[in-house]
Design a protein around this ligand. Structure first.
Ligand SMILES: [Zn+2]
Length: 239
């Protein structure tokens, strides 16, 4: 559970109780959230791969390197951004049904390379030539994916990696095409609860007051026990 965000209160009016859960901060700097998000992306990589394979596409795990003259993460990242738009157009001409997931990774030397899972069905030779033409590295690797499970493992490993200090906080760790399969939303019994986010001690004391006056019991969702008072001032990080 993430310790940096506030609480979610799920009001169960009919049963005179309210469930208390920890919200997630969804920050890559948060160890708990980074782990959960990389695992989710791993599952989604696997799911998308399987869906495409079922439709009869060849799905590849691809590595595209940056130009050897670029020395920093930000330089390689900015060249990638412009190169990708034209490389994408070229691939799309060969494979109009293109679906992809792209995961940029920081190499030990600080430079960026990217991993893609896609159904582009282009050869390693074609990719080398076409990536180079657009200012990327001359090294590319194309591996056909046969065991879906390894996809998830690859992806969650790369996504969770440290991108260093010259990657902006808003840098996107994963990009997917619109049609890439999405994870099914979890359906829980708590669907009919009325959810409220509580991020400050002031808001929490209003919740306590309401519970007292309406005789509602606050229950910690994690333990099933009556919720213990906590100091939100110590856990909620300023955004
Ligand atoms: Zn978090």
């Amino acid at each position: 559970m993430c310790d940096r965000a506030g609480l979610l209160i799920g009001w169960d009016d009919a049963n005179k109780r309210a469930l208390v859960c920890r919200a997630n901060c969804d920050s890559w700097e948060c160890i708990e959230c980074a782990k959960r998000m990389s695992e989710n992306w791993g599952f989604r990589a696997e799911l998308g791969t399987r869906v495409l394979q079922k439709k009869g596409y060849i799905v590849d795990f691809v590595t595209i390197t940056s130009h050897e003259k670029l020395k920093t993460f930000s330089a390689t990242e900015s060249v990638w951004r412009s190169a990708w738009s034209t490389l994408y157009a070229a691939i799309k001409r060969k494979q109009p049904a293109l679906e992809y997931m792209i995961v940029p990774e920081r190499h030990k030397d600080g430079r960026m390379h990217v991993h893609c899972i896609w159904n582009a069905e282009v050869s390693q030779r074609w990719l080398k030539d076409n990536a180079r033409k657009r200012g990327l590295g001359y090294q590319c690797k194309v591996i056909h994916l046969t065991h879906e499970r390894s996809t998830a493992k690859y992806v969650s490993k790369y996504i969770g990696k440290d991108l260093g200090t010259d990657a902006s906080a808003r840098f996107r760790r994963v990009r997917v095409s619109n049609g890439w399969a999405d994870l099914p939303q979890p359906t829980t019994q708590s669907d009919n609860l009325r959810w409220e986010y509580v991020g400050t001690n002031g808001a929490l004391s209003i919740v306590y007051d309401e519970c007292q006056s309406k005789r509602i019991t606050l229950i910690d969702q994690k333990t099933g026990q009556i919720f213990d008072d906590i100091d939100l001032g110590t856990i909620v990080q300023p955004a």
